[in-house]
Ligand binder design. Structure first.
Ligand code: SF4
Length: 443
């Protein structure tokens, strides 16, 4: 029985997602919520009559892109329902309510009720009067069972952040840290396993704060210990985690759990202690350096990736050089390089930003440094044998995937090997940011 029809026709929905892994997870949850309510997702070339835009507000660029997508969808189908949700909607819903074409503004905590909201509210509104608005302090349980187009599945375990970095708008829209019940997490991991996902990526905003707010004070290690015994899940990976949240206990859990991936994305932001203080980050450069050394000592083949911000107000050449020096010491395989973006409502907003041309020069320096660091890290693995989960790829002649420690690997396509297979590959070279390999055997 098709529930959602407009003029006798089934509602066709198109999802557009900006931003982080959490947003991608939440789009999947909204997808399953609407498809479960009788909507169908448009295929290429089909016209949608419902657009769900899951926005981001981490930078002013993200705001611009959110507005651009709204206008584009409206142009694509002026009759359509335009549903705007996500972090930009959370902060700027008043503006959105006045934006021509926008029919629904849905807050992050309402994402789990999307189908009901679209059913019960036809006019310009952002709340279903019959449903009490959940408090921002509540963890809103979203559910997924698969992750479209991916071999690894993101699993949201936490939301919000207890920190207050002076440049960050995320904490203003996502609120304080709150955690998902452990049982709920495990049930979702089993659902994903049942749909063939062999790698689970635990995801949150301040992932390392998991469990601190629960009655039974838990930590990420409790999630890992409970998830590791699930047959069929081959790998557990952590998404981004703050330096101060990488405790000795967590490191030992990673060391003693064979399924744990020896890769961490630990944002450093800057190598200058003066700038780190200005950012209200909770560590200094020597702490970060010592942490990465410890991870290299305790975790075999450990790989670091990180975020670096360029041009935070007051950043001098000396500060920037301190960032370069710290990166040379800690050797990340990948850098996410962000130019500082003044965000209204943040403590850094009133401060005078660094001149654009200086920021651009520094971004060029870091991009070149990243090339060098990637090559050095990759060549370290020459002739070694790595495990790899084969991912979906458009490459006809090649199979691609990621090693346990997140290194991207490419091997010549071999018959009998399919997406999702766990294989062993010998590293024979490095090209275009990827390790080149050859098949050793299929696990
Ligand atoms: S740790 Fe800092 S940058 Fe990250 S979400 Fe929290 S406040 Fe924002």
């Amino acid at each position: 029985m098709i529930q959602n029809q407009q003029n006798g026709k089934q509602e066709k929905v198109k999802f557009l997602t900006l931003g982080c892994r959490l947003n991608q997870y939440e789009t999947q949850a909204m997808r399953e919520n609407l498809l479960g309510a009788g909507y169908s997702e448009v295929r290429a070339g089909e016209q949608a009559n419902v657009f769900v835009i899951n926005t981001c507000t981490v930078t002013s660029e993200a705001d611009k892109e959110s507005r651009y997508l709204i206008r584009k969808c409206q142009r694509e189908n002026p009759e359509a329902k335009i549903v705007v949700t996500g972090c930009y909607a959370e902060r700027d819903y008043k503006t959105l309510l006045e934006t021509p074409g926008v029919t629904h503004v849905v807050l992050n905590r309402q994402k789990s009720d999307l189908a009901n909201l679209l059913d019960s509210c036809t006019q310009l509104t952002f709340q279903d009067p019959s449903q009490p608005l959940r408090s921002k302090a509540e963890f809103v349980p979203l559910q997924i069972s698969k992750f479209s187009g991916r071999t690894r599945a993101f699993l949201k375990v936490q939301d919000g952040c207890n920190h207050a970095c002076s440049f960050c708008k995320v904490v203003l829209v996502r609120g304080k840290s709150r955690s998902r019940e452990l049982q709920d997490i495990l049930e979702e991991a089993v659902r994903l396993r049942d749909h063939g996902y062999r790698e689970i990526v635990l995801t949150g905003v301040q992932l390392g704060a998991y469990g601190l707010d629960l009655e039974r004070k838990l930590t990420l290690s409790d999630v890992i210990d409970a998830m590791a015994p699930i047959d069929g899940i081959e790998r557990i990976r952590l998404s981004s985690i703050e330096p101060n949240d990488v405790t000795d206990f967590l490191i030992e859990t990673m060391r003693n759990t064979p399924k744990m991936c020896h890769h961490l994305h630990i944002p450093v932001q800057s190598g200058s202690d003066i700038i780190l203080r200005g950012m209200n980050r909770r560590y200094q450069s020597d702490y970060y350096d010592a942490l990465i050394q410890k991870l290299n000592e305790r975790l075999e083949s450990f790989i670091l990736t990180t975020d670096v911000m360029v041009g935070f107000p007051g950043e001098t050449d000396k500060d920037f050089q301190a960032t370069v020096d710290l990166l040379l010491k800690t050797h990340p395989f990948k850098l996410h390089i962000f130019p500082y973006s003044p965000r209204e409502g943040t403590r850094a907003f009133p401060l005078k930003p660094v001149a654009k041309e200086i920021v651009e020069k520094r971004i060029t320096v870091l991009s070149q440094l990243e090339e060098k660091l990637r090559r050095e890290v990759a060549l370290h693995y020459l002739d070694s044998v790595c495990d790899m989960i084969v991912e979906e790829s458009n490459e006809k002649a090649w199979l691609e995937g990621r090693a346990h420690n997140y290194l991207p690997i490419l091997i010549p396509r071999v018959s009998g090997i399919a997406t999702g297979d766990l294989i062993q590959a010998r590293v024979i070279g490095y090209e275009e940011h990827r390790l080149m390999g050859e098949l050793v055997r299929k696990n």
